[in-house]
Every structure is written in C-alpha cells, then in structure tokens.
Design a protein around this ligand. Structure first.
Ligand code: ATP
Ligand code: MG
Length: 343
C-alpha cells in the first residue's frame, strides 16, 4: 500500500483551515493507505514559544486528531519528538541543502519579518529541511497538506532527488546497500476545495494559528456562542447579495467555501442557495452550519480528554510503529553516507 505522512504544529489550537485543508482528508486516507499522522512539536519551537503552552498544545492536537476521526487502529498517531530519527535525518539533510533554497521559502520570509532580525532563530530557516526529513523517513508517496505547504513539498522533492543522485545507486551498493533510490519522491495531495481557508478578518490572508487576533480564525474547540460571534463580526463588503469567485469579493468567496464544506454541498449549490441573501441573513445560517459540524467533534474531544491514559497509550503505540519505519530509512541513509555502523 502507498504511504501517507502529514502533521500539524502544536503552535496553538487547531482551526477550521487545518481541518478542512488537511485533517479531514487524513480521515478519508486512513482506509486506503498506510498512514502516519504526527504532531510536529519540533517545528513548533521555530518561533518563540512558551514551554507550558507547547506541552498543552501537543496533547490537545493529538486529541483533536482522534476527535476528527483518525483511528489509531488504522493510522500511527505520534509526537515527532518521540522519534529521534526526525531530528537526526534533518541534520544529515541540512548539510546537503543549499542555503539559497531555504532563503527562497515564502514562509521564512513572512515569519522572519514578524520578529526582530537579531532574534530570528536558525531553525526558522532550516525548518523546511526538518519537514523534508519527516516526509522522507516514511517512504511517503502522498502528503495531504494545505496550499501554503506546496513550496515546502517541492523543496522536499528537490532535497530527495539531490540526495538520491549524490549517495544512491551503485555508490551505495558498493557500501553494502541495496542500491537504487534511497528516498521515495513524495507528492503533495490537496483537496479541490478547502486547501486555503482564509482569515475571517481579511479574505486575502490565510487563516493561521499564529495570527495575532483570535477573532480571525474559527478554532475547532470554540464554543457555539464564540463561533457565532466571530462569524457575526467577520469582514464583509458593500456589494448586494453574495457571490462566489468574484476576485473583488474574497470574503464572500471564503465564507461560501466554508459553508459548502461544512454542509457537504458543492460550492456551486452553496453559492446558488445564498446568492440573494444579505450578509446579515447569511452569517447566522453559516454559524449554525459550522456549529452543527463541529459539535460531534467537540463531544468526542471532551471524552478523549477525560481519560489521560487512553491518549498516552495511543501515542506510545504510534511512536513505536513510527520509529520502526523511520529507523529503517535512517539506517539506509547512514550507510549510504559512510557512517560507521554501531558495533
Ligand atoms: P502557524 O501559523 O503556526 O504556521 P498554521 O495554521 O499555518 O499554523 P500549520 O501547523 O503550519 O498551521 O499547518 C498544518 C496543516 O494545516 C498544513 O497542512 C497546512 O497546509 C494546513 N493549513 C494551515 N492553514 C491552512 C488554511 N488556512 N487553509 C487550509 N489549510 C491550512
Ligand atoms: Mg503554518
């Protein structure tokens, strides 16, 4: 079976963008593929962080994977820092990744601008290499992610190709390896709709965990009244009626997209249903639909959080399964690079 790997950083609570862009597709994929879903905590320290917040966000994220419908019998659910192969492979790959490739990453440019230049950690620059390591360790075929990660997946492909070329094939065979490719070349998998859910306060920037204003995002764990209030206050425009896909109306496009995804309608059907409504009529309808969609997820989440040992068991089993697969790849890499086997 083909392999699937993906993850979310525990940098805050998961929002509707993470869910519609990534996690919801993971749930569908777990029946068709060998799946590895990771809480990528090592990524969460590339921006300044609070230890207590990280600890809490990591458990919450894992519980939200389960509440979203990821089944630990089908998928490996684990925490990245529990499998040390991720950090090790990242180092090995970093040494062969040109800095110029990393400086070009849009997210590095954006996130480094949010900080004082003196304080930008080196990890913010090299983070996409860690992400390449995450993916390549599992011989991943498909990486279900949102649109904003496309460039990082491209980079992971470039890193893998370059590495295979440099260390794979007959050179590796002479060192006792099986020869051929060391890494499989992964591909991004994006949903036709929902790959880029936009902020509630600005239809041209993406919804983000790390955006300053909590009012800009729909968190999966927001209570119904908070959700309704955020949607009520979401940015609107002065046009009459509602339209999908008018470039001058990004907010309308975004909210109709969300409406279609949480109701299960096509975007066309959703747009037709609401086209004659005013913003004031549409927003409560959207809020009800979002609340109804998130309610069962929130109920499952609360149950999962009641039983500490259940989540621990899931994460322990997931780490064990992941480690086994990851170490196989890591050992190949070490061998191909000429590292001395441990006696
Ligand atoms: P941060 O602001 O800390 O980077 P984030 O909201 O961008 O947080 P990530 O943990 O970086 O979330 O990304 C996790 C997954 O969610 C990735 O697959 C990413 O592509 C996807 N994702 C993030 N934001 C959105 C969005 N607005 N729409 C669709 N998918 C998204
Ligand atoms: Mg992000």
């Amino acid at each position: 079976r083909q392999r699937v790997f993906s993850g979310v950083q525990p940098t805050g609570t998961l929002h509707l963008g993470n869910y519609l862009g990534a996690i919801r597709n993971w749930v569908k994929m777990q029946d068709l593929y060998d799946t590895y879903f990771c809480v990528v905590d090592l990524h969460a320290i590339t921006m300044p962080h609070e230890p207590r917040d990280l600890l809490e966000a990591t458990r919450k994220s894992a519980a939200l994977y389960l509440a979203s419908g990821i089944d630990p019998e089908k998928a490996a659910i684990f925490v990245q820092s529990h499998v040390s192969a991720h950090a090790e492979l990242a180092w090995l790959l970093q040494c062969y990744t040109p800095i110029g490739w990393l400086r070009r990453m849009i997210q590095f440019k954006e996130k480094s601008q949010k900080q004082n230049a003196e304080e930008v950690g080196a990890g913010l620059l090299t983070y996409p290499v860690l992400m390449a390591a995450d993916i390549l360790l599992y011989g991943t075929d498909l990486v279900p992610v949102g649109e904003d990660q496309r460039q990082h997946i491209e980079l992971a492909r470039d890193i893998a190709e370059r590495f295979n070329h440099k260390f794979g094939g007959s050179k590796w065979k002479k060192l006792g390896g099986r020869g051929g490719k060391i890494f499989k070349i992964p591909e991004a998998f994006m949903p036709p709709a929902g790959a880029r859910v936009m902020s509630l306060s600005d239809g041209t920037s993406k919804m983000s965990k790390s955006a300053e204003s909590d009012a800009s995002r729909i968190n999966l764990l927001d209570p119904p009244d908070v959700l309704a209030n955020k949607i009520k206050r979401a940015k609107t425009d002065a046009f009459k009626g509602l339209e999908y896909d008018n470039p001058d109306r990004p907010e309308a496009t975004n909210l109709i997209t969300i409406y279609s995804l949480v109701t299960g309608m096509s975007t066309e059907a959703a747009a037709e249903e609401v086209c004659d409504l005013s913003w004031g009529e549409f927003k409560p309808r959207l809020a009800d639909a979002v609340v109804a969609h998130l309610e069962p997820l929130q109920q499952r989440y609360n149950l999962i959080m009641e039983d500490k040992s259940y989540l621990d068991e899931v994460l322990a089993k997931g780490a064990g399964d992941a480690e086994e697969a990851a170490n196989r790849t890591l050992n190949n890499v070490r061998q191909a690079m000429g590292f001395q086997p441990r006696p």
